[in-house]
Ligand binder design. Structure first.
Ligand SMILES: NC(=O)c1ccc[n+]([C@@H]2O[C@H](COP(=O)([O-])OP(=O)(O)OC[C@H]3O[C@@H](n4cnc5c(N)ncnc54)[C@H](OP(=O)(O)O)[C@@H]3O)[C@@H](O)[C@H]2O)c1
Length: 261
């Protein structure tokens, strides 16, 4: 996957999801890892304007290693607006190792937006030199390109904006492993559509206790129920955080230590 910074291309095959990616099958999707940290009572954040840091230093470093292993990191637009994440590999050693492998220092950054309403000054666009892709529906492409063409490739995701097609398009662009880092709306869609191969869920030892805050997922039907339980692959303690790793597809890859992250 190309990892240098690019701008919107005149070539429509670069800025549009082709038909074959819209009708993707599981085999055409990248290996997809959902990474989230929630409070004991299931919240991803509090309702305040500042980002709530749920995790601890060791777990942030674990997530950094997951980023370094990935070809792309995907988030929803609201996470960019609320948290202003950099979405780069923080460890100099991991960046150097990626460069030695002929990869970019950090994975490609991917945002999905229906409105196209993203600030080109956000750290998503300004930090690091990884390629940045913004997927939005056809109706918003023109305005999104006007706003973001100098800082990202805006990809026409068609009418429905299904995340399966976005993931298939990332595979077409060379991404073998995608790390989905939220937020709630994106996590919900990925889980409900059965697009994830594994879930890495860190549980932080605190309560948010405010139903106006974003939960791990929204309401709806999920593939895992009382009759069809998900497979818990491993449980690890990372400082004061419990890391639960779930195998969500038959493509799940256990880690070298037999299942942990
Ligand atoms: N604890 C954690 O691990 C963690 C990680 C990440 C985020 N968070 C938290 O999660 C919260 C944000 O979650 P959220 O549910 O409000 O927002 P989100 O999932 O980050 O983003 C939702 C936005 O993404 C866009 N979008 C979603 N699905 C799309 C699709 N299929 N096609 C195109 N665009 C799509 C839309 O953008 P537009 O509005 O632009 O149309 C939508 O409003 C924040 O509070 C953040 O702190 C926590």
């Amino acid at each position: 996957m190309t990892t240098s910074a690019t701008t919107a291309s005149a070539d429509p095959s670069v800025g549009t999801i082709p038909d074959e990616a819209r009708t993707q099958t599981a085999a055409q999707r990248p290996y997809t890892v959902l990474s989230c940290c929630m409070s004991i009572d299931g919240y991803l954040d509090d309702a305040g304007p500042e980002r709530l840091l749920l995790s601890n230093t060791a777990d942030f470093d674990r997530v950094d290693a997951e980023r370094a292993d990935s070809d792309a990191i995907l988030v929803g637009a609201e996470t960019i607006r609320r948290d202003n994440p950099r979405l780069v590999v923080r460890s100099a050693g991991r960046r150097a190792a990626r460069l030695a492998q002929g990869r970019g220092a950090s994975p490609v950054k991917v945002a999905v937006t229906r409105s196209g309403r993203l600030d080109p000054g956000a750290a998503f666009f300004t930090e690091g030199d990884a390629q940045r892709l913004v997927y939005c529906p056809s109706t918003a492409v023109k305005s999104a390109r006007e706003r973001l063409a100098s800082v990202a490739t805006v990809v026409d995701a068609g009418a429905d904006g299904a995340l399966g097609a976005v993931l298939a398009d990332l595979a077409r662009r060379g991404a073998a492993r995608v790390l989905v880092e939220g937020g709630s709306s994106v996590v919900t869609q990925v889980l409900q559509s059965g697009l994830a191969d594994e879930l890495q869920l860190a549980v932080a030892p605190l309560f948010v206790g405010d139903s106006s805050a974003p939960r791990l997922v929204a309401d709806g039907a999920f593939p895992w129920t009382a009759d069809r339980r998900a497979t818990l692959a491993s449980v690890h303690q990372v400082g004061d955080v419990a890391l639960l790793r779930y195998a969500l597809s038959d493509r799940f890859v256990p880690s070298a230590d037999g299942g942990g992250a």
